[in-house]
Write a new protein. Structure first.
Ligand SMILES: [Zn+2]
Ligand SMILES: [Zn+2]
Length: 260
């Protein structure tokens, strides 16, 4: 049984986040070469003043021709602050034509280092994300920005064993109950050079427990450079290694914006 060849987390140059190699036609071509059958472009929406930039992405997807990959138009959401909301609404989704939203926490929201508090804040936001009816995918659980830790002089988060198993089971159950997929992310988690072998091994144990609880999963490279799209192959490999069945792999419930 093979893993579906999907990548539903890809950035572009249009929002200034990914580099200039990440133009829609080049992304699609590289994904096709890698063997992907369905992909989603998901640039950041951290604040509403950036909304108009997403229309460039949409236009480029609509202009794609003869591509052999199903391409969806999505968006990645971030909290506006600790316990803040996502900068998103049903009206924005409809007006801009976003076909799906992925989202999650992108900061520790800590002023002082405390590993128990760190994990608790992440967990709370993971559960909130699962419960948000406008978000279909919880992105990169237990990814952290190395820069944030370095700036503060905190010990780096390089292990998953500090996450209580009860949290992991609760997250898996939240996914099963809400249908929100938990992302398996190539560049942020599985292949992030800031993490080490212990983290990678423990991360797979984390995914196994989520799977035991009946979680849904989404697959994504989170590429910001054309050369990083291939990280999704490690995601596909891990899905096969863990024996996660095909019917637990999420894709949008609608048809693509381009391709088939
Ligand atoms: Zn992210
Ligand atoms: Zn991202």
């Amino acid at each position: 049984m093979g893993c579906p060849r999907y990548d539903f987390h890809i950035h572009t140059k249009y929002l200034g986040c990914a580099n200039s190699t990440m133009e829609v036609p080049a992304i699609v071509e590289e994904c096709r070469r890698l063997g992907a059958t369905k992909i989603g472009i998901t640039d950041h929406l951290n604040s509403l003043d950036k909304l108009e930039f997403h229309l460039h992405i949409r236009r480029d997807i609509e202009e794609l021709e003869d591509i052999g990959v199903a391409v969806y138009f999505g968006v990645e959401l971030n909290f506006t602050g600790c316990d803040g909301e996502f900068a998103f609404s049903r009206r924005i989704k409809e007006e801009y034509g976003f076909q799906f939203a992925i989202g999650g926490i992108h900061s520790t929201y800590l002023e002082e280092y405390d590993v128990r508090k760190l994990v608790e804040v992440q967990h709370r936001h993971h559960i909130r994300t699962c419960q948000d009816p406008l978000v279909q995918v919880l992105v990169h659980p237990y990814w952290f920005s190395k820069g944030e830790f370095d700036r503060n002089g905190w010990p780096w988060f390089n292990f998953m064993r500090v996450v209580p198993e009860s949290y992991v089971r609760e997250l898996g159950q939240a996914s099963r109950e809400t249908g929100t997929a938990i992302e398996i992310n190539g560049t942020a988690n599985l292949m992030n050079p800031n993490f080490g072998e212990d983290y990678f091994k423990e991360y797979k144990d984390f995914l196994s427990i989520l799977a035991e609880e009946g979680a849904m999963f989404s697959l994504g490279s989170d590429a910001h450079d054309i050369g990083h799209l291939k990280a999704v192959r490690e995601v596909w490999r891990v899905v096969e290694e863990l024996g996660i069945p095909e019917d637990r792999i999420w894709s949008p419930g609608c048809g693509p914006m381009a391709g088939r």
